[in-house]
Design a protein around this ligand. Structure first.
Ligand code: MN
Length: 449
Protein backbone atom coordinates (compact mmCIF):
# COMPACT_ATOMS: atom_id res chain seq x y z
CA UNK A 1 0.00 0.00 0.00
CA UNK A 2 1.38 3.36 -0.99
CA UNK A 3 0.88 6.19 1.43
CA UNK A 4 0.18 9.58 -0.06
CA UNK A 5 -0.10 12.85 1.76
CA UNK A 6 -3.65 13.68 2.68
CA UNK A 7 -5.86 15.39 0.13
CA UNK A 8 -6.82 18.91 1.21
CA UNK A 9 -10.38 19.72 0.27
CA UNK A 10 -12.39 22.93 0.61
CA UNK A 11 -16.04 21.96 1.10
CA UNK A 12 -18.65 24.66 0.53
CA UNK A 13 -22.38 24.12 0.59
CA UNK A 14 -25.78 25.76 0.43
CA UNK A 15 -24.71 29.07 -1.09
CA UNK A 16 -28.32 29.92 -2.03
CA UNK A 17 -27.48 32.65 -4.53
CA UNK A 18 -30.57 34.69 -5.34
CA UNK A 19 -31.76 38.31 -5.11
CA UNK A 20 -32.76 38.03 -1.46
CA UNK A 21 -29.47 36.48 -0.29
CA UNK A 22 -27.04 37.96 -2.79
CA UNK A 23 -25.13 40.33 -0.49
CA UNK A 24 -24.78 37.75 2.29
CA UNK A 25 -24.02 34.78 0.02
CA UNK A 26 -21.48 36.62 -2.09
CA UNK A 27 -19.62 38.28 0.79
CA UNK A 28 -19.34 34.95 2.62
CA UNK A 29 -18.53 32.79 -0.43
CA UNK A 30 -15.94 35.34 -1.56
CA UNK A 31 -14.25 35.31 1.85
CA UNK A 32 -14.39 31.50 1.92
CA UNK A 33 -12.73 31.12 -1.49
CA UNK A 34 -10.03 33.58 -0.48
CA UNK A 35 -9.35 31.54 2.66
CA UNK A 36 -9.34 28.25 0.70
CA UNK A 37 -6.89 29.70 -1.84
CA UNK A 38 -4.63 30.90 1.00
CA UNK A 39 -4.76 27.41 2.50
CA UNK A 40 -3.67 26.01 -0.88
CA UNK A 41 -6.36 23.34 -1.12
CA UNK A 42 -6.01 20.59 -3.73
CA UNK A 43 -9.66 20.46 -4.74
CA UNK A 44 -12.96 22.20 -3.98
CA UNK A 45 -16.40 20.64 -3.55
CA UNK A 46 -19.73 22.51 -3.60
CA UNK A 47 -22.28 20.05 -2.23
CA UNK A 48 -25.53 21.49 -3.58
CA UNK A 49 -27.94 24.43 -3.41
CA UNK A 50 -25.59 26.85 -5.13
CA UNK A 51 -28.72 28.76 -6.15
CA UNK A 52 -31.80 29.52 -4.09
CA UNK A 53 -34.19 29.09 -7.03
CA UNK A 54 -34.19 29.36 -10.82
CA UNK A 55 -32.11 32.38 -11.84
CA UNK A 56 -32.21 34.35 -15.07
CA UNK A 57 -28.85 34.47 -16.78
CA UNK A 58 -28.90 38.28 -16.71
CA UNK A 59 -29.60 38.48 -12.96
CA UNK A 60 -26.82 39.91 -10.76
CA UNK A 61 -26.98 36.71 -8.65
CA UNK A 62 -26.20 34.47 -11.63
CA UNK A 63 -23.29 36.66 -12.73
CA UNK A 64 -21.87 36.81 -9.20
CA UNK A 65 -22.08 33.04 -8.68
CA UNK A 66 -20.57 32.23 -12.06
CA UNK A 67 -17.64 34.59 -11.50
CA UNK A 68 -16.96 33.19 -8.00
CA UNK A 69 -16.95 29.61 -9.27
CA UNK A 70 -14.67 30.62 -12.13
CA UNK A 71 -12.27 32.18 -9.59
CA UNK A 72 -12.31 28.90 -7.68
CA UNK A 73 -11.69 26.85 -10.85
CA UNK A 74 -8.70 29.05 -11.63
CA UNK A 75 -7.20 27.85 -8.37
CA UNK A 76 -8.04 24.14 -8.20
CA UNK A 77 -10.27 21.41 -9.65
CA UNK A 78 -13.91 21.86 -8.64
CA UNK A 79 -16.73 19.37 -8.13
CA UNK A 80 -20.27 20.82 -8.12
CA UNK A 81 -23.12 18.60 -6.96
CA UNK A 82 -26.82 18.96 -7.77
CA UNK A 83 -28.77 20.04 -4.68
CA UNK A 84 -32.46 20.19 -3.86
CA UNK A 85 -34.38 20.28 -7.15
CA UNK A 86 -36.60 23.18 -6.10
CA UNK A 87 -33.50 25.26 -5.32
CA UNK A 88 -31.59 24.13 -8.40
CA UNK A 89 -34.09 23.22 -11.12
CA UNK A 90 -32.84 20.49 -13.50
CA UNK A 91 -30.19 21.93 -15.80
CA UNK A 92 -29.17 24.79 -13.49
CA UNK A 93 -25.61 23.51 -13.17
CA UNK A 94 -25.12 22.74 -16.87
CA UNK A 95 -23.85 26.23 -17.59
CA UNK A 96 -20.89 25.57 -15.27
CA UNK A 97 -19.68 22.78 -17.57
CA UNK A 98 -18.89 25.50 -20.10
CA UNK A 99 -17.19 27.77 -17.58
CA UNK A 100 -13.55 27.03 -18.37
CA UNK A 101 -10.80 28.00 -15.95
CA UNK A 102 -7.27 26.81 -15.33
CA UNK A 103 -8.59 23.62 -13.72
CA UNK A 104 -11.34 21.19 -14.60
CA UNK A 105 -14.82 21.48 -13.17
CA UNK A 106 -17.07 18.43 -12.83
CA UNK A 107 -20.84 18.84 -12.53
CA UNK A 108 -22.39 15.86 -10.73
CA UNK A 109 -26.08 15.91 -11.56
CA UNK A 110 -26.47 12.15 -11.81
CA UNK A 111 -25.33 9.25 -9.65
CA UNK A 112 -21.75 8.38 -10.50
CA UNK A 113 -18.10 8.24 -9.50
CA UNK A 114 -15.21 10.43 -10.55
CA UNK A 115 -11.49 9.94 -10.17
CA UNK A 116 -9.27 12.97 -9.75
CA UNK A 117 -5.99 12.54 -11.62
CA UNK A 118 -2.59 13.91 -10.65
CA UNK A 119 -2.96 16.36 -13.56
CA UNK A 120 -6.17 17.65 -11.99
CA UNK A 121 -8.52 16.07 -14.53
CA UNK A 122 -11.82 14.41 -13.67
CA UNK A 123 -12.33 10.87 -14.98
CA UNK A 124 -16.05 10.09 -14.97
CA UNK A 125 -17.57 6.62 -14.52
CA UNK A 126 -19.74 5.52 -17.44
CA UNK A 127 -22.47 4.16 -15.14
CA UNK A 128 -23.37 4.62 -11.48
CA UNK A 129 -19.90 3.35 -10.48
CA UNK A 130 -16.58 2.31 -11.97
CA UNK A 131 -16.57 -1.42 -12.70
CA UNK A 132 -12.80 -1.35 -12.36
CA UNK A 133 -10.99 1.74 -11.12
CA UNK A 134 -9.36 3.81 -13.88
CA UNK A 135 -5.58 4.13 -14.10
CA UNK A 136 -3.77 6.69 -12.04
CA UNK A 137 -6.30 8.65 -9.95
CA UNK A 138 -5.13 10.38 -6.75
CA UNK A 139 -8.58 10.31 -5.16
CA UNK A 140 -11.96 8.67 -5.69
CA UNK A 141 -15.21 10.64 -5.34
CA UNK A 142 -18.66 9.03 -5.28
CA UNK A 143 -21.48 11.44 -6.08
CA UNK A 144 -25.10 11.08 -5.08
CA UNK A 145 -27.07 14.20 -6.08
CA UNK A 146 -30.17 15.18 -4.18
CA UNK A 147 -32.78 12.45 -4.54
CA UNK A 148 -35.56 13.55 -6.88
CA UNK A 149 -38.66 12.61 -4.86
CA UNK A 150 -40.89 13.06 -7.89
CA UNK A 151 -38.86 10.45 -9.79
CA UNK A 152 -39.11 8.01 -6.86
CA UNK A 153 -42.86 8.57 -6.61
CA UNK A 154 -43.23 7.95 -10.35
CA UNK A 155 -41.28 4.70 -10.05
CA UNK A 156 -42.73 3.15 -6.88
CA UNK A 157 -45.97 5.09 -6.32
CA UNK A 158 -46.53 8.16 -4.15
CA UNK A 159 -47.64 6.16 -1.11
CA UNK A 160 -44.40 4.15 -0.94
CA UNK A 161 -42.01 6.92 -2.00
CA UNK A 162 -41.14 8.17 1.49
CA UNK A 163 -40.02 4.82 2.86
CA UNK A 164 -38.55 3.59 -0.42
CA UNK A 165 -36.14 6.53 -0.67
CA UNK A 166 -34.11 5.51 2.38
CA UNK A 167 -34.06 1.84 1.35
CA UNK A 168 -32.85 2.52 -2.19
CA UNK A 169 -30.26 5.01 -0.97
CA UNK A 170 -28.97 2.48 1.61
CA UNK A 171 -28.71 -0.22 -1.06
CA UNK A 172 -26.84 2.13 -3.37
CA UNK A 173 -24.43 3.19 -0.60
CA UNK A 174 -23.68 -0.45 0.25
CA UNK A 175 -23.07 -1.03 -3.45
CA UNK A 176 -20.34 1.63 -3.46
CA UNK A 177 -18.44 -0.02 -0.59
CA UNK A 178 -16.36 -2.50 -2.68
CA UNK A 179 -14.93 0.25 -4.89
CA UNK A 180 -14.07 2.35 -1.84
CA UNK A 181 -12.30 -0.67 -0.29
CA UNK A 182 -10.32 -1.24 -3.49
CA UNK A 183 -9.35 2.43 -3.65
CA UNK A 184 -8.28 2.39 0.00
CA UNK A 185 -6.01 -0.60 -0.69
CA UNK A 186 -4.40 1.44 -3.45
CA UNK A 187 -3.75 4.18 -0.90
CA UNK A 188 -6.38 6.56 -2.31
CA UNK A 189 -8.54 8.93 -0.30
CA UNK A 190 -12.22 8.06 -0.78
CA UNK A 191 -14.92 10.72 -0.58
CA UNK A 192 -18.69 10.48 -0.84
CA UNK A 193 -20.48 13.70 -1.78
CA UNK A 194 -24.24 14.00 -1.34
CA UNK A 195 -27.15 16.26 -0.48
CA UNK A 196 -29.92 15.30 1.93
CA UNK A 197 -30.98 14.78 5.52
CA UNK A 198 -29.31 12.50 8.06
CA UNK A 199 -31.80 11.02 10.53
CA UNK A 200 -31.18 12.68 13.89
CA UNK A 201 -29.32 15.73 12.60
CA UNK A 202 -30.20 19.20 13.88
CA UNK A 203 -31.35 22.09 11.71
CA UNK A 204 -29.99 25.62 11.95
CA UNK A 205 -33.00 26.43 14.12
CA UNK A 206 -32.19 23.66 16.60
CA UNK A 207 -34.91 21.29 15.38
CA UNK A 208 -33.91 17.60 15.44
CA UNK A 209 -34.78 15.82 12.17
CA UNK A 210 -36.27 12.49 13.21
CA UNK A 211 -38.83 11.68 10.51
CA UNK A 212 -39.07 8.44 8.56
CA UNK A 213 -38.58 9.87 5.09
CA UNK A 214 -34.99 11.07 5.43
CA UNK A 215 -32.45 9.89 2.90
CA UNK A 216 -29.68 8.85 5.27
CA UNK A 217 -28.76 7.46 8.61
CA UNK A 218 -25.19 7.76 9.89
CA UNK A 219 -25.12 3.96 9.63
CA UNK A 220 -26.10 3.86 5.96
CA UNK A 221 -23.52 6.57 5.16
CA UNK A 222 -20.71 4.82 7.03
CA UNK A 223 -21.70 1.56 5.27
CA UNK A 224 -20.60 3.13 1.99
CA UNK A 225 -17.07 2.74 3.32
CA UNK A 226 -15.78 6.13 2.16
CA UNK A 227 -13.32 7.83 4.47
CA UNK A 228 -15.05 11.19 4.22
CA UNK A 229 -18.72 11.99 3.61
CA UNK A 230 -19.25 15.57 2.41
CA UNK A 231 -22.90 16.56 2.78
CA UNK A 232 -25.09 19.48 1.90
CA UNK A 233 -28.69 20.42 2.65
CA UNK A 234 -28.76 21.12 6.39
CA UNK A 235 -27.68 24.69 7.08
CA UNK A 236 -26.01 24.01 10.42
CA UNK A 237 -22.47 22.66 10.68
CA UNK A 238 -22.26 19.23 12.35
CA UNK A 239 -20.23 16.07 12.04
CA UNK A 240 -20.13 12.43 13.07
CA UNK A 241 -16.98 10.35 13.47
CA UNK A 242 -16.28 6.65 13.63
CA UNK A 243 -13.15 4.57 13.90
CA UNK A 244 -13.86 0.89 13.38
CA UNK A 245 -10.46 -0.38 12.32
CA UNK A 246 -10.16 1.35 8.93
CA UNK A 247 -8.95 4.59 10.44
CA UNK A 248 -10.97 7.63 11.35
CA UNK A 249 -13.97 8.26 9.11
CA UNK A 250 -16.08 11.35 9.21
CA UNK A 251 -19.46 12.60 7.95
CA UNK A 252 -19.98 16.36 7.97
CA UNK A 253 -22.22 19.19 6.90
CA UNK A 254 -20.45 22.56 6.61
CA UNK A 255 -23.82 24.26 6.92
CA UNK A 256 -24.84 27.21 4.76
CA UNK A 257 -22.12 29.62 3.69
CA UNK A 258 -23.92 32.60 5.26
CA UNK A 259 -26.69 33.37 7.72
CA UNK A 260 -29.81 33.61 5.59
CA UNK A 261 -32.46 33.64 8.32
CA UNK A 262 -33.08 34.98 11.77
CA UNK A 263 -32.66 32.53 14.61
CA UNK A 264 -29.81 30.49 13.06
CA UNK A 265 -27.45 29.39 15.81
CA UNK A 266 -23.69 28.87 15.57
CA UNK A 267 -20.89 29.90 13.20
CA UNK A 268 -21.33 29.86 9.43
CA UNK A 269 -18.53 28.79 7.19
CA UNK A 270 -16.95 26.08 5.05
CA UNK A 271 -14.94 22.97 5.86
CA UNK A 272 -11.25 22.36 5.33
CA UNK A 273 -10.85 18.60 5.03
CA UNK A 274 -7.73 16.46 5.13
CA UNK A 275 -8.55 13.06 3.72
CA UNK A 276 -6.11 10.18 3.52
CA UNK A 277 -6.69 6.56 2.58
CA UNK A 278 -7.22 5.72 6.26
CA UNK A 279 -7.98 9.07 7.90
CA UNK A 280 -10.33 12.03 7.63
CA UNK A 281 -10.57 15.24 9.59
CA UNK A 282 -12.44 18.45 8.96
CA UNK A 283 -12.42 21.90 10.49
CA UNK A 284 -14.95 24.70 10.15
CA UNK A 285 -13.52 27.95 8.81
CA UNK A 286 -15.91 30.72 9.75
CA UNK A 287 -17.18 33.21 7.16
CA UNK A 288 -18.07 36.84 7.99
CA UNK A 289 -21.76 35.95 8.19
CA UNK A 290 -24.11 38.63 9.36
CA UNK A 291 -24.91 38.91 13.03
CA UNK A 292 -28.55 38.49 13.99
CA UNK A 293 -30.18 39.49 17.25
CA UNK A 294 -33.60 38.44 18.53
CA UNK A 295 -35.45 40.65 20.98
CA UNK A 296 -38.72 39.22 22.29
CA UNK A 297 -41.50 40.74 24.36
CA UNK A 298 -44.18 38.62 25.96
CA UNK A 299 -46.75 41.39 25.73
CA UNK A 300 -46.60 44.93 24.34
CA UNK A 301 -43.00 46.07 23.66
CA UNK A 302 -41.77 48.18 26.57
CA UNK A 303 -39.58 51.03 25.28
CA UNK A 304 -37.77 51.36 28.61
CA UNK A 305 -36.90 47.67 28.62
CA UNK A 306 -35.82 47.90 24.97
CA UNK A 307 -33.51 50.84 25.78
CA UNK A 308 -31.94 48.84 28.63
CA UNK A 309 -31.54 45.74 26.41
CA UNK A 310 -29.75 47.78 23.75
CA UNK A 311 -27.31 49.16 26.34
CA UNK A 312 -26.58 45.62 27.56
CA UNK A 313 -26.23 44.29 23.99
CA UNK A 314 -25.59 46.92 21.32
CA UNK A 315 -26.99 46.01 17.91
CA UNK A 316 -24.85 48.30 15.73
CA UNK A 317 -24.48 46.60 12.35
CA UNK A 318 -26.60 43.61 13.36
CA UNK A 319 -29.82 42.31 11.82
CA UNK A 320 -32.48 42.64 14.47
CA UNK A 321 -35.74 40.78 14.75
CA UNK A 322 -38.13 42.22 17.30
CA UNK A 323 -41.07 40.03 18.27
CA UNK A 324 -44.05 40.67 20.46
CA UNK A 325 -47.52 39.32 21.02
CA UNK A 326 -50.44 41.47 22.15
CA UNK A 327 -54.15 40.92 22.58
CA UNK A 328 -56.22 42.35 19.75
CA UNK A 329 -57.42 45.35 21.72
CA UNK A 330 -53.80 46.51 22.33
CA UNK A 331 -52.62 46.16 18.73
CA UNK A 332 -52.66 49.89 18.06
CA UNK A 333 -50.64 50.68 21.17
CA UNK A 334 -47.36 49.42 19.67
CA UNK A 335 -45.10 52.36 18.79
CA UNK A 336 -43.13 51.08 15.81
CA UNK A 337 -41.66 54.48 14.96
CA UNK A 338 -40.15 54.85 18.43
CA UNK A 339 -38.69 51.35 18.26
CA UNK A 340 -37.27 51.99 14.81
CA UNK A 341 -35.56 55.10 16.19
CA UNK A 342 -33.99 53.12 19.05
CA UNK A 343 -32.77 50.51 16.54
CA UNK A 344 -31.39 53.06 14.07
CA UNK A 345 -27.86 51.61 14.24
CA UNK A 346 -28.93 48.14 13.15
CA UNK A 347 -28.21 46.94 9.61
CA UNK A 348 -31.78 45.70 9.31
CA UNK A 349 -34.88 45.59 11.46
CA UNK A 350 -37.70 43.11 11.16
CA UNK A 351 -40.85 43.52 13.25
CA UNK A 352 -42.92 40.45 14.00
CA UNK A 353 -45.98 41.47 15.96
CA UNK A 354 -48.36 38.68 16.82
CA UNK A 355 -51.95 39.63 17.49
CA UNK A 356 -53.68 37.19 19.80
CA UNK A 357 -57.10 36.83 18.24
CA UNK A 358 -60.21 37.34 20.34
CA UNK A 359 -61.42 33.85 19.58
CA UNK A 360 -58.50 32.49 21.56
CA UNK A 361 -59.53 34.51 24.56
CA UNK A 362 -63.07 33.11 24.31
CA UNK A 363 -61.99 29.49 23.79
CA UNK A 364 -58.91 29.54 25.95
CA UNK A 365 -56.74 26.47 25.57
CA UNK A 366 -58.05 25.39 22.17
CA UNK A 367 -54.94 26.67 20.43
CA UNK A 368 -52.64 24.71 22.74
CA UNK A 369 -54.55 21.43 22.33
CA UNK A 370 -52.60 19.18 19.98
CA UNK A 371 -55.07 16.50 18.95
CA UNK A 372 -58.39 17.29 17.29
CA UNK A 373 -60.14 15.32 20.08
CA UNK A 374 -58.65 17.66 22.70
CA UNK A 375 -59.62 20.72 20.66
CA UNK A 376 -63.21 19.48 20.54
CA UNK A 377 -63.14 18.86 24.30
CA UNK A 378 -61.78 22.37 24.92
CA UNK A 379 -64.49 23.89 22.73
CA UNK A 380 -67.22 21.79 24.37
CA UNK A 381 -65.97 22.88 27.80
CA UNK A 382 -66.21 26.55 26.82
CA UNK A 383 -69.68 26.35 25.28
CA UNK A 384 -71.02 23.81 27.80
CA UNK A 385 -71.69 21.04 25.28
CA UNK A 386 -71.14 17.28 25.60
CA UNK A 387 -68.07 16.27 23.57
CA UNK A 388 -68.95 12.53 23.31
CA UNK A 389 -71.30 12.72 20.27
CA UNK A 390 -68.75 14.87 18.46
CA UNK A 391 -65.99 12.42 19.28
CA UNK A 392 -67.95 9.60 17.67
CA UNK A 393 -68.39 11.79 14.59
CA UNK A 394 -64.62 12.35 14.58
CA UNK A 395 -64.05 8.58 14.79
CA UNK A 396 -66.40 8.11 11.82
CA UNK A 397 -64.50 10.72 9.86
CA UNK A 398 -61.22 8.97 10.57
CA UNK A 399 -62.51 5.49 9.79
CA UNK A 400 -65.12 5.86 7.02
CA UNK A 401 -65.30 7.26 3.53
CA UNK A 402 -67.23 10.52 3.23
CA UNK A 403 -69.91 9.03 0.96
CA UNK A 404 -70.47 6.19 3.43
CA UNK A 405 -71.05 8.68 6.27
CA UNK A 406 -73.51 10.66 4.15
CA UNK A 407 -75.36 7.49 3.05
CA UNK A 408 -75.61 6.22 6.64
CA UNK A 409 -76.87 9.57 7.91
CA UNK A 410 -79.51 9.76 5.18
CA UNK A 411 -80.58 6.17 5.79
CA UNK A 412 -80.93 6.87 9.51
CA UNK A 413 -83.03 9.92 8.82
CA UNK A 414 -85.19 8.07 6.31
CA UNK A 415 -85.82 5.37 8.90
CA UNK A 416 -86.64 8.01 11.50
CA UNK A 417 -89.03 9.75 9.08
CA UNK A 418 -90.86 6.51 8.32
CA UNK A 419 -91.11 5.73 12.06
CA UNK A 420 -92.46 9.20 12.75
CA UNK A 421 -95.12 9.04 10.02
CA UNK A 422 -98.56 8.24 11.31
CA UNK A 423 -100.82 5.64 9.74
CA UNK A 424 -102.18 8.37 7.46
CA UNK A 425 -98.73 8.89 5.91
CA UNK A 426 -98.19 12.47 7.10
CA UNK A 427 -94.63 13.26 8.12
CA UNK A 428 -94.09 14.74 11.55
CA UNK A 429 -93.45 18.41 10.99
CA UNK A 430 -90.22 18.59 13.03
CA UNK A 431 -88.53 16.00 10.79
CA UNK A 432 -89.11 17.78 7.51
CA UNK A 433 -85.62 19.21 7.42
CA UNK A 434 -82.45 17.64 8.62
CA UNK A 435 -79.34 19.72 8.90
CA UNK A 436 -76.29 17.81 7.79
CA UNK A 437 -72.85 19.31 7.72
CA UNK A 438 -74.24 22.79 7.27
CA UNK A 439 -76.37 21.93 4.25
CA UNK A 440 -80.14 21.69 4.41
CA UNK A 441 -81.46 18.44 3.11
CA UNK A 442 -85.23 18.13 2.83
CA UNK A 443 -86.00 14.48 3.51
CA UNK A 444 -89.75 14.93 3.29
CA UNK A 445 -89.42 15.06 -0.53
CA UNK A 446 -87.55 11.80 -0.91
CA UNK A 447 -89.23 9.82 1.84
CA UNK A 448 -90.99 6.72 0.57
CA UNK A 449 -94.76 7.04 0.48
MN1 MN B 1 -29.99 24.42 1.29
Amino acid sequence: MTTRSALRVAHFSDLHYGPRNLAEADRCFGAAIERAVDAGVDVAVISGDSTDHALHLHSPSAVALVSRVRWLADHCPVLMLQGTWSHEPPGTLSVFRELGGRHALHVADRIGQVGLTAAGEWVVSPGWSFGALPEGPVALFSCLPSVNRAAIAAAVGAADAAGATGEHVSALLRGLAPSHATARQLGLPTLLVSHGTVFGCTTEHGVPMAGFDHEFTTGSLFDAGAQAVLLGHIHRHQCWERDDGDGRRCIAYPGSIGRFHHGEAGDKGFLLWQVGSDSATCRLEATPARRTVDICFDGKPDLGALRAALVAQPVEGAWVRLRWSVPEEERNGVDRAAMRELLAGAAGVQFEGRILPVVRVRSGGIGQAGAMRDKVAAWAGVVGARPEPLWSCLDDLAACETQRIVDDALAEQEAATIDAQGPDGEAASDLKEVELAGDCIDVSQGAPA
